[in-house]
Design a binder for this molecule. Sequence first.
Ligand SMILES: [Cu+2]
Length: 96
Amino acid sequence: MKTIELNISGMTCDACVGHVTKGLQSVSGVQNVSVDLASKTATVAGESFDVSQLVKAIEEEGYGASEDIGTSPSEKAAQTKAENIPLSSEGCSCCE
Ligand SMILES: [Cu+2]
């Protein structure tokens, strides 16, 4: 079993989380998906999945994704602060 973390962009509400989760779960080899709206990350666990397929699946759902490689927690906090996107459904295209 391996686990990776992805940075997800474009998620604004619980419905977005549902879409991203569904997309990731459709990738072969994926066994467990945990998407966190507040930190905009997805944790994916499975036996033999391809990261590029995970990214593709998320993009097909209408979101952006990149593998979280080597971002230190402090850098991540700075990024999150800089983005400062309110967690509301405002401007969300998935659930209007
Ligand atoms: Cu949404």
